[in-house]
Design a protein around this ligand. Structure first.
Ligand SMILES: [Zn+2]
Length: 390
């Protein structure tokens, strides 16, 4: 199985490189225009019919080819959106950039980009990138340069680990609960709604009625929020994947695609509640877990979210909500009060085991495993302090 990852580092391009990026941007926009005029969105058709239209641009032909493919991707995306009944804008590239998968060289700490006449522009790689590229099984497949960064796309051949164990992940607003019948870890994510709330307060305090300045400030604050959230989830997902690798377990998640539809305007919920529910980055955590575990060869599987936080993980009967204790469920046949998120994580791991590790076995077989161990040990981890290793 081939897996991909991107290494990104800060980088300010030289004047020569910047003008190449600008030319590249112009070519992509020109290709988009030609594609729209002639209704072409495939690389092959474009290259055979319209490659000569790009003669006027002074750049190496390999960059022209990647520019065509970049334009084709955007045209195909637009076509897909139209098919889905949306009304997309015409694609247009505003920032200069450069993408290529041909002709570059890597020499330990130097990354060299061809600029024509057998000349190269050298970029010093960061220590982080150098450390990753020491692994000789990795292949650098492409690079992307933007006005403030350079990203290298790397590829690796990974063998998927054979797993006989599963950890379930229950995501909700206040915490992320990970585990199975013998160990549960709870990551406290209370800080995430706080970050969003504070960002909202700051943007709301902006009173000046000037669209241009407002847009600038909003994007600056919004980017900061996105970076903070990503960084926070990065620690959580890293820890989850590391523990899954140590215990040789597959990761099981709930398939909650379309959850945002539950919190749309007109669904009878308050504005604040909807804003809070929609602020939780469900997908970002999933994305990080998916790419990190793919890199390690850990399988990630999805199960249906039906009944995961209702049924008792020990006996399988329906639980009742405790009226006095928040988020606690009572199982009348086991005579036990259990945390709702722990129940969900355990049920998700059982479902995963049942569907993906034990396809021929009986469904009761897996459920019985819970009976041997009464309740798992619960470890609580504050997500924001993960870097300090609790
Ligand atoms: Zn029970």
């Amino acid at each position: 199985m081939l897996v991909y990852k991107v290494i990104k580092q800060r980088f300010t391009p030289s004047q020569e490189l910047y003008s190449m990026m600008e030319t590249f941007r112009q070519i992509v926009n020109e290709c988009i225009r030609i594609g729209l005029d002639n209704n072409i969105s495939t690389l092959r058709k474009f290259s055979s019919n319209h490659y000569h239209d790009l003669k006027k641009y002074d750049i190496q032909s390999k960059y022209k080819l990647t520019a065509i493919s970049q334009a084709c991707v955007r045209l195909a995306q637009m076509k897909r959106s139209i098919r889905e009944g949306k009304t997309p804008k015409f694609p247009y590239i505003q920032r200069p950039y450069l993408v290529s998968c041909y002709g570059f060289k890597i020499n330990e700490m130097l990354f060299s980009i061809p600029v024509g006449d057998r000349r190269y522009i050298n970029i010093i790689l960061s220590h982080y990138a150098q450390a990753i590229l020491l692994d000789k099984s990795l292949k650098v497949k492409s690079f992307v340069i933007t006005p403030d960064s350079i990203s290298l796309g790397i590829q690796k051949e990974v063998k998927e680990i054979q797993c006989y164990n599963a950890v379930g992940i229950d995501r909700n607003l206040r915490n992320v609960t990970v585990g199975n019948h013998d160990k549960i870890t709870m990551y406290d994510t209370e800080d995430l709604p706080k970050i969003t709330y504070r960002t909202k307060k700051v943007t709301a305090s902006f009173k000046r009625n000037d669209y241009r300045i407002r847009q600038k400030i909003y994007s600056k604050i919004g980017n900061r929020r996105a970076r903070r959230v990503r960084q926070f989830l990065n620690r959580v997902s890293k820890d989850i994947v590391q523990k899954a690798r140590e215990s040789c377990s597959m990761i099981v998640l709930e398939d909650i695609k379309g959850i945002r539809k539950m919190y749309r305007k007109g669904n009878g919920q308050g504005n604040k509640h909807r804003a809070m529910m929609n602020s939780w980055p469900f997908y970002e955590l999933q994305r990080q877990i998916q790419y990190k575990s793919a890199w390690e060869g850990i399988p990630v599987r999805f199960v249906s979210p039906v009944c995961t936080s209702i049924l008792c993980p020990i006996c399988g009967s329906r639980t009742q909500e405790d009226r006095f204790q928040h988020r606690q469920l009572w199982c009348s046949s086991c005579k036990k009060l259990m945390d709702r998120d722990v129940i969900a994580a355990m049920n998700i791991s059982y479902k995963g085991l049942q569907q993906f590790c034990n396809p021929s076995g009986l469904s009761g077989e897996v459920m019985k495993r819970g009976l041997d161990n009464a309740m798992p040990t619960i470890l609580r981890v504050d997500g924001s302090k993960l870097g300090l290793k609790v």
